[in-house]
Ligand binder design. Structure first.
Ligand SMILES: [Zn+2]
Length: 334
């Protein structure tokens, strides 16, 4: 997954929180709302320090094993939900440890087992048809499976991945469209590839990880023109799952800096000239079908006297419940 590595924007308050631990020196800071600039907010969830055991962070790297508290707030001005204080850019590497990356990758296996069937169908159905050329950039591409699929759909496609190790093993396995960088490098990378204009930007499981989505959408918008599109896939903070499971909701963790809803994404995208063209959610009856199983997990997490179990990171990770809480959004530039 890629993370914006741009400079700290003026919106960020300079108040700095430094957490000194025996092993970690992590810099965090209080942040203002990226959408409206307000620094007035309510706390939605607070997790005390060491809200779970960190010994196995190679497997569950949500918090990088950093023993810090976590606070999720909601802007009083516009209802954007975000993490504050949150990690400064130079401390982000604590959140994204390099493992568990395989030493070697099988191109065939990656292409056979990919999770993008739904997205490709959505692009076939909702992609702008009237364009001469079709160029695509997948942000936070990991091994570059999606650009490979987009190339099969007729796009000149490029994937951008922050993690250099990911890029290297992907290139070795035969994924040709993957380049190292972040959204801040989109200028350089598109020039390198001779892409004057990006018709399609895909952002799968990435907007919730950004440090400054406002700046990132601004950068993206400079490379798009009328009719060009952004496909976004992210968890929905207004979803039924979050409403039912609250603080135990699977998606609440330190790597997630923003928690969007359709309205919040629409507000933000509108600032850069985009309209939401199509929104997809999983049907309610499918949520109901998994609800009993997820409620059981939820109740186990809430059960009194189970501190021994919640201290086991594996148990805790596996018992955090969710429904099909994703939204897939297609935005088109006016
Ligand atoms: Zn706001």
């Amino acid at each position: 997954m890629a993370i914006s590595n741009i400079q700290i924007p003026s919106l960020l308050k300079k108040k700095e929180v430094t957490d000194d631990k025996v092993v970690f020196r992590v810099r965090r800071e209080a942040v203002s709302c990226v959408n409206c600039g307000s620094d007035d907010h309510d706390v939605v969830h607070h997790f005390d320090q060491e809200y779970y055991n960190h010994d196995k962070f190679e497997t569950y790297s949500w918090d990088g094993g950093v023993p810090l508290d976590l606070t999720i707030v909601k802007c009083k001005g516009c209802e954007t939900v975000f993490q504050s204080p949150r990690f400064c850019e130079e401390s982000l590497h604590y959140l994204y440890p390099n493992h568990p990356l395989p030493e070697k990758l099988s191109y065939k296996r990656q292409m056979q087992n990919h999770k993008f069937h739904f997205l490709i169908d959505m692009i076939r159905e909702h992609g702008t048809k009237s364009l001469h050329e079709k160029t695509a950039v997948d942000l936070g591409t990991r091994y570059g499976v999606l650009p490979e699929l987009l190339a099969n759909e007729g796009y000149r496609a490029m994937g951008v991945e922050m993690n250099l190790k990911c890029v290297k093993i992907a290139n070795q396995a035969g994924f040709e469209h993957v380049h190292q960088g972040t959204i801040a490098d989109i200028d350089r990378l598109t020039k390198q590839q001779g892409m004057d204009r990006v018709n399609l930007v895909t952002m799968v499981d990435i907007v919730e990880h950004l440090l400054d989505p406002r700046r990132d959408f601004e950068l993206i918008s400079r490379h798009q023109q009328s009719g060009d599109q952004i496909f976004i896939s992210t968890m929905d903070v207004e979803s039924l799952g979050h409403k039912i499971f609250g603080k135990n909701w699977y998606f609440l963790h330190a790597q997630h800096t923003y928690y969007f809803s359709e309205k919040m994404l629409g507000d933000l995208l509108d600032k850069f000239g985009y309209d939401i063209q199509y929104v997809h959610r999983i049907a309610k009856f499918k949520n109901l079908s998994i609800l009993p199983k997820e409620l059981k997990k939820h109740n186990a997490l809430r059960a009194p006297g189970n501190s021994e179990r919640t201290n086991s990171k594996r148990w805790f990770a596996e018992y955090r419940p969710s429904l099909f809480d994703y939204i897939n959004i297609v935005a088109v530039k006016r």
